[in-house]
Design a protein around this ligand. Structure first.
Ligand code: SF4
Length: 247
């Protein structure tokens, strides 16, 4: 199952399906199921590229840079092009993006509970737009919680859903923590070794990761990394892309 977005095979679903509110992330507002004015809508069967793709942050669209469909966009477009069948495509996109995100977490490259994860991943990969996303997330979340417990070394702090916005964490033990769902916007993690920390769902927008070691963390996604600040000395897991701006 492809879990990396390929915009060259997508009809721009993420630029049409969601609503945007004018904010620090988006320079304009638009309703759901309406093409962004910067999308070159094109014709069915061809991709729909963004006309300002090379300058999204500068043009006020950093929210587009940090969005990731986990490969659901090209999968749905292969079934149903929104320019032909919008209701089918938009309904499927919301569900399939959620399922692909679950598959990304289940594919974490560690040995713990590998057979159980592979079994659930097989089932999730076989689901379609009619899937019960809430039930899938609940089942996967329980399993991923056990993976986290098995992999993290003892003594890591319990900081699930902690509010650490803007905190200086450079002298605090973070390695092997549970930071699931934690709020880390603007937090200072420069030079911090995060060890086997569980970052599932953690909000890293604007977090300073320069010089930090994240190569062993669990459940990190490309959108989380793209939304943070790093540099050439920041280490990342092999399957996560290094933002070009980090050097
Ligand atoms: S600015 Fe570009 S990437 Fe963002 S929604 Fe519009 S067309 Fe899509």
């Amino acid at each position: 199952m492809e879990l990396i977005a390929d915009c060259g095979r997508c009809a721009g679903l993420c630029c049409v399906a969601p609503a945007f509110a004018r904010s620090a992330d988006f320079a304009l507002s638009k309703p759901a199921r309406t093409p962004c004015p910067h999308l070159s809508v094109g014709v069915p069967g061809e991709p729909a590229p963004c006309t300002i793709h090379a300058e999204l942050p500068e043009r006020g669209f950093p929210g587009c840079v940090t969005f990731d469909c986990f490969g659901a966009g090209q999968r749905v477009t292969a079934w149903s092009d929104w320019r032909v069948a919008p209701d089918d495509a938009f309904g499927a996109f919301d569900v399939m993006r959620a399922l692909h995100e679950v598959l990304w977490y289940l594919a974490e490259p560690v040995d713990a509970l590998a057979v159980e994860r592979a079994s659930l991943a097989d089932r999730v990969a076989g689901l379609g737009p009619e899937a019960d996303v809430v039930a899938v997330r609940a089942e996967a979340g329980e399993l991923l919680g056990r993976v986290s417990e098995a992999v993290r070394r003892p003594g890591g702090p319990a900081l699930t859903r902690a509010d650490l916005v803007g905190k200086d964490l450079r002298r605090r033990r973070i390695a092997d923590a549970s930071l699931r769902g934690a709020l880390l916007m603007g937090a200072d993690l420069r030079g911090v070794d995060l060890g086997r920390t569980d970052l599932l769902g953690a909000d890293l927008r604007g977090a300073d990761l320069r010089g930090a070691s994240l190569s062993g963390v669990l459940f990190l996604t490309n959108p989380q990394v793209t939304s943070a600040r790093g540099d050439a000395s920041t280490t990342l897991p092999a399957r996560v892309h290094r933002p070009a701006a980090w050097g």
